[in-house]
Design a protein around this ligand. Structure first.
Ligand SMILES: Cc1ncc(COP(=O)(O)O)c(C=O)c1O
Length: 434
C-alpha cells in the first residue's frame, strides 16, 4: 500500500490538499482546541466557529487584496450547493437587481400618477429586452448558460461567444473580444458571465477581458478551478465565485465575493411578488446572496470544518508568500503555478509526435493541462498505456474528463514541484520509449 508521501495526485477536483492541513484536520476532527469536542460537532454559531469564519475571510482578503468597506468593498460569502449552485444564484441575483433598477426607471418615466397595473404592464414590456450575456469557452460556462436558460428562458440568454464555432465545434480557443456579440445596449444586460478557467477543456483566460474593462457591464466570473492561483484585480468584477474543492479546500463550501454595490443597503432587488407577476423565477433562500450576507454566512448550518480547512490552506499560502511592497500577496503562488505549468507544457511540446496539447497555446490553462497521446488512430491504446504507466509510478489522476477523453493533469496549488518533476520525468521516458 503506497503512503501519501509516495503518491503524486493530479486529480481535477476534489484535488490534493496540503498534508500538514490534513494532519491537523485529523486531530481537530476528534478534539478541537482541547475542548473534548470535534470540529464537526461544534455549533456553527459558537465563538470558535465565528473565529474560524473570521480567520478564513481575513486570509482571503489578504491574499486577493479584497477591500471590505464602502460601496466599492466586497462581502465574502460561504454557501453550499457548489459551483453549480452559483450558476443559479448569480442568475437569480443579477436578474433581481436588473428588474428593480428597471422598475424604478419605469416609475420615473410614468410619473407619480401611474397605477401599479400601468407600471407592471410597462415593466412586462421592458423585461422582454433583458439579456444575460454568456461567454461560452468550455463545458462549465456552457452549463452555466444552460442553467440560465432553464431558469429565465432562452430568449433572455445571449451567448455572446460560443468558442466552439471558431474551432471546428470543439472548445480550445478564445476568439478576440471584437468577435463577441455582447448585448449592445449595456443597460439591457443583467450581467456578463464567464468562466476564468475551464477545468474540463483546459482553457484559461490569459487576462481579464479588455472589452469588459470599464465597459459598464456587470461582470460575474466563475473561478472554481483557478482560485488563489494568480493575482486577480477583484475591483474589475461585480462578483466572483468558486467551489472550494480544487485550490482552496474540501467539497462542501462555495465562496462568493460580491461587491457591496450589488447588495443592500447599496442596492435593492425586485420583490418576489413582482418577479412572480413578471413570470421570472424566485430563487431558494439558501442561494440568496443578500440573505447570506446579512447573516454573515450563517443563515443556516454552515459546514464550519470546510471553512476551517480553507482558512488553514490560506494561512499556509500567507506564510509561504510573505507580504512584499507593491506586489500582490498571491504573486508568489502565481509564479509557482506558472513554473510548474511551464515544465509540463515544455515536455508536451518537446515531443509533438507523441503528445498533442488540446487547447490553443494562447489560452492554455495553468491549472488543467489537457493533452492527447499518440496519433488519432492509436490514441485509445496509447492513452491507456500512458495512464497505466503513470499509475505504476504512483502518478495518479491523469485521465481526462469522461466527456472529452484524453489525459488531463491538474496543477493545483497543493501539487508540489517535486510531484511535477516526477511526472515530467515519466513523460520524457514515455515519449522516448515510443
Ligand atoms: C470551473 C468549474 N465551475 C463549476 C464547477 C461545478 O462545481 P460543483 O461540482 O461544485 O457544482 C466545476 C466543477 O468541477 C468547475 O470546474
Amino acid at each position: 500500500m503506497p503512503s501519501r508521501a509516495e503518491v503524486s495526485y493530479f486529480g481535477a477536483g476534489p484535488a490534493p490538499l496540503p498534508t500538514p492541513v490534513l494532519e491537523e484536520a485529523s486531530k481537530v476532527l476528534l478534539n478541537y482546541k482541547n475542548g473534548g469536542i470535534g470540529i464537526t460537532e461544534i455549533s456553527h454559531r459558537s465563538a470558535d466557529a465565528t473565529a474560524i469564519l473570521e480567520n478564513t475571510i481575513s486570509g482571503l482578503r489578504q491574499l486577493l487584496d479584497i477591500p471590505a468597506e464602502g460601496p466599492d468593498g466586497y462581502q465574502i460569502l460561504f454557501l453550499q450547493g457548489g459551483g453549480s449552485g452559483e450558476f443559479s444564484a448569480s442568475v437569480y441575483h443579477m436578474v433581481g437587481l436588473w428588474v428593480e433598477k428597471r422598475r424604478k426607471q419605469v416609475v420615473e418615466q410614468l410619473g407619480d400618477s401611474a397605477s401599479e397595473e400601468q407600471v407592471l404592464e410597462k415593466l412586462k414590456e421592458e423585461v422582454k429586452k433583458m439579456k444575460i450575456d454568456y461567454l461560452v469557452t468550455g463545458s462549465w460556462s456552457l452549463k452555466a448558460s444552460q442553467e440560465a436558460a432553464r431558469l429565465v428562458g432562452s430568449e433572455h440568454v445571449n451567448v455572446a461567444l460560443d468558442a466552439r464555432k471558431a474551432n471546428a465545434g470543439k472548445f480550445g480557443v478564445i476568439p478576440e473580444d471584437k468577435d463577441w456579440s455582447l448585448t449592445q445596449n449595456k443597460d439591457d444586460s443583467a450581467m456578463v458571465y464567464f468562466c476564468d478557467n475551464e477545468t474540463v477543456d483546459g482553457v484559461e483566460f490569459p487576462a481579464f477581458p479588455s472589452s469588459l474593462e470599464n465597459g459598464g457591464y456587470p461582470v460575474v466570473a466563475d473561478m472554481s478551478s483557478n482560485f488563489l492561483s494568480r493575482a486577480v484585480d477583484v475591483r474589475k468584477y461585480d462578483a466572483i465565485f468558486g467551489g472550494a474543492q480544487k485550490n482552496v479546500g474540501t467539497a462542501g463550501i462555495t465562496i462568493a465575493i460580491v461587491k457591496n454595490t450589488l447588495l443592500p443597503p447599496h442596492a435593492e432587488l425586485a420583490k418576489s411578488d413582482l418577479l412572480r407577476k413578471l413570470g421570472l423565477p424566485v430563487g431558494p433562500v439558501v442561494l440568496d446572496w443578500p440573505t447570506i450576507a446579512k447573516n454573515n454566512s450563517l443563515y443556516n448550518t454552515l459546514p464550519i470544518f470546510d471553512v476551517w480547512i480553507a482558512g488553514k490552506v490560506m494561512d499556509g499560502l500567507l506564510k509561504k508568500h510573505p507580504a512584499q511592497a507593491s506586489m500582490p500577496r498571491i504573486q508568489g503562488q502565481q509564479d509557482e503555478s506558472e513554473k510548474k505549468a511551464a515544465s509540463i507544457y515544455g515536455v508536451l511540446d518537446k515531443y509533438p509526435e507523441v503528445y498533442t496539447v488540446v487547447p490553443d497555446k494562447s489560452v492554455r490553462s495553468r491549472m488543467n493541462i489537457c493533452f492527447r497521446v499518440g496519433k488519432e488512430d492509436e490514441r485509445d491504446a496509447k492513452e491507456k498505456a500512458f495512464i497505466a504507466g503513470a499509475s505504476e509510478r504512483l502518478l495518479q489522476g491523469v485521465k481526462g474528463h469522461r466527456s472529452v477523453g484524453g489525459c488531463r493533469v491538474s496543477n493545483y496549488n497543493a501539487v508540489s514541484l517535486e510531484s511535477v518533476e516526477k511526472l515530467v520525468r515519466y513523460m520524457e521516458e514515455f515519449a522516448q520509449s515510443k
